[in-house]
Design a protein around this ligand. Structure first.
Ligand SMILES: C=C(O[C@H]1C=CC=C(C(=O)O)[C@@H]1O)C(=O)O
Length: 359
């Protein structure tokens, strides 16, 4: 493999690089290829192709990306020679003047606006996100950072992608959006957060919130007439500095090629990153948040000949010239308190910050 990848880096004409590792897998994957912009969402042709899909939160205002697979390989750890050759291929966005950190006061104003909409009865749940700035990452630190995240978070979908259109993004998120293999599909309902430290346990508030999401997903699956739906009880999943409640759904489409794209866009953006009801919470986010979410809370993952694994892009950041922009959010319901929500986003930011500090 070593020789082939080094040779491919030398010989292929490529502008984009993806490194990723699926949850609980030992092998990492690399794709090198060229990026093409996708407008207004992906279609079945993208899923039948071979490459990597990156979709933004709001595809009416931002474009997605498709990185075609010119060369791919599995690896345990990239050698120094690979790291050295790949490093100059990472693009870093220079648009940092558009990205500001939200301070507590501006977060509180957005919180109040959203909480008002919840109290008025229009919305049950909505996700408020913010940007927190972290230390800069140099080109040569990108692969060591990926390695450290991949080692620390076995539960997560860990990735780095870089394209001239997006710059470099890095993440380690726990939420599966949709995966398809041999007509067997899976998704999850993920909600509720408590610190991953002694003395914290689930309360009815988190169980209720997660059950609402489970009911919503079941409703979407029934609407799409999927077959053989199976799901169990909510389980606690370890997501670094926090824990979540998660229920996994497995199902099939009776007809091969049932409307998978329709289902994908009914699930995305999920209640974990948007809210319920979906359309109302989506509009509230666009009207309230002062930043563009870009690829945060979109989805991303590999596609290969009809098989795909799409993960929700949370616990992620964009690498900028002299800083990193970390995107963190949390679900607000009628019982939410601003200070606690802020603290929760601080904890979520530690997923990446704790590793960033040590590279
Ligand atoms: C939106 C994020 O997390 C979501 C995923 C799990 C639990 C969440 C919560 O309890 O609020 C969030 O919905 C984020 O990390 O930016």
């Amino acid at each position: 493999m070593k020789k082939e990848l080094l040779q491919a880096i030398d010989e292929e004409q490529f502008d984009s690089v993806v490194l990723y590792r699926l949850p609980y897998q030992t092998d990492n994957q690399i794709i090198i290829g060229n990026s093409e912009k996708i407008y207004n969402g992906i279609n079945m042709h993208h899923c039948m192709d071979n490459g990597f899909v990156i979709e933004p939160f709001d595809n009416t205002k931002s474009y997605g990306l498709f990185i075609n697979n010119l060369f791919s390989a599995s690896f345990q750890q990239l050698s120094e020679a690979h790291t050295h050759k790949l490093t100059p291929h990472f693009s870093i966005s220079s648009e940092e003047s558009f990205l500001f950190e939200d301070d507590y006061d501006s977060y509180e104003r957005s919180f109040e606006q959203m909480h008002q909409a919840i109290k008025s009865g229009k919305i049950d749940k909505v996700i408020l996100s913010r940007i927190k700035c972290g230390p800069g990452v140099k080109h040569e630190q990108i692969i060591p950072l990926y390695n450290a995240l991949e080692q620390k978070y076995p539960h997560a979908f860990v990735y780095v992608f870089s394209s001239p259109f997006s710059g470099t993004w890095i993440g380690a998120g726990p939420e599966l959006l949709l995966q398809q293999r041999n007509n067997k599909l899976s998704t999850v309902s993920l909600a509720g957060t408590i610190p991953n430290s002694p003395g914290h346990s689930w309360s009815p508030k988190e169980y209720d919130e997660q059950e609402m999401v489970t009911n919503y997903i079941e409703h979407v699956l029934i609407h799409h007439q999927v077959d053989k739906i199976e799901y169990g009880h909510a389980e606690t999943i370890d997501a670094g500095q926090v824990k979540h409640l998660c229920t996994t759904f497995n199902f099939e489409f009776e007809k091969l090629n049932g409307n998978q794209i329709g289902l994908l866009y009914d699930l995305h953006p999920t209640p974990a990153v948007c809210g319920m009801p979906k359309e109302e919470s989506y509009q509230l986010i666009l009207n309230t948040e002062s930043h563009q979410r870009q690829f945060y809370s979109g989805f991303l993952g590999p596609v290969n000949n009809g098989h795909y694994q799409f993960y929700v892009n949370i616990r992620c950041m964009q690498v900028l010239q002299s800083k990193t922009a970390l995107f963190v959010g949390g679900g607000l319901t009628k019982d939410s308190e601003c200070k606690k929500e802020w603290h929760e986003t601080e904890l979520k930011a530690q997923t990446l910050l704790s590793v960033l500090k040590n590279i």
